[in-house]
Design a protein around this ligand. Structure first.
Ligand SMILES: CC[C@@H](C(=O)O)C(=O)SCCNC(=O)CCNC(=O)[C@H](O)C(C)(C)COP(=O)(O)OP(=O)(O)OC[C@H]1O[C@@H](n2cnc3c(N)ncnc32)[C@H](O)[C@@H]1OP(=O)(O)O
Ligand SMILES: [Co+2]
Length: 133
């Protein structure tokens, strides 16, 4: 795996959290994007070589809505960049990790993504992502 591509943070309201993170990081949000497949609205901040991804649920069945109901706002996942997502998914599966999709899905910010179940990764939800070239 390559660098930490982004850290995902679940929030109740982007309207409230985007200005908060703009003040905190002293940098503007560079992109907002809805990903309907994940039922989320996102907002991105570049921070050095990595990014902060704020996530608001767009539907009650969104994984973000379920997370907020159970745990409240906070760090939701860590995303690692990979060079070849299909090869990395195969490697991780062979190592015994549980992939949450059989094939890569379309993510935000021009990425293909796949998640690993947190029950096999010490309770941390891991995303792997590959830039769409
Ligand atoms: C914007 C697109 C993309 C990007 O390009 O970056 C994203 O980041 S999308 C982000 C949102 N999408 C996802 O999270 C997809 C992957 N997640 C899932 O498929 C599910 O959330 C899940 C991890 C399989 C859990 O779903 P489910 O089993 O339906 O929910 P439960 O609420 O019952 O949880 C079961 C179990 O898992 C624990 N859990 C859930 N979420 C997390 C989390 N983010 N981090 C750590 N642990 C998590 C939850 O607490 C439950 O544990 P127990 O209570 O001990 O059973
Ligand atoms: Co993410």
């Amino acid at each position: 795996m390559l660098n930490v591509e982004h850290i995902g943070i679940a929030v109740n309201s982007l309207e409230i959290s985007v200005p908060l993170f703009e003040k905190l990081l002293h940098t503007p949000c560079y992109k907002r994007e809805e990903v309907t497949g994940e039922a989320v609205q996102t907002a991105f901040f570049q921070q050095g070589s990595t990014k902060i991804e704020l996530l608001e649920a767009t539907r009650p069945e969104s994984p973000i809505a379920r997370f907020l109901d159970k745990k409240g706002e906070g760090i939701h996942h860590i995303a690692f960049e990979v060079a070849d997502i299909e090869a990395e998914m195969k490697r991780l599966q062979e190592e015994g990790f549980v992939l949450l999709s059989e094939t890569p899905k379309r993510g935000a910010d021009n990425k293909l993504i796949c998640f690993l179940h947190p029950k096999n990764t010490n309770g941390v939800l891991i995303e792997i992502c590959q830039e769409i070239r």
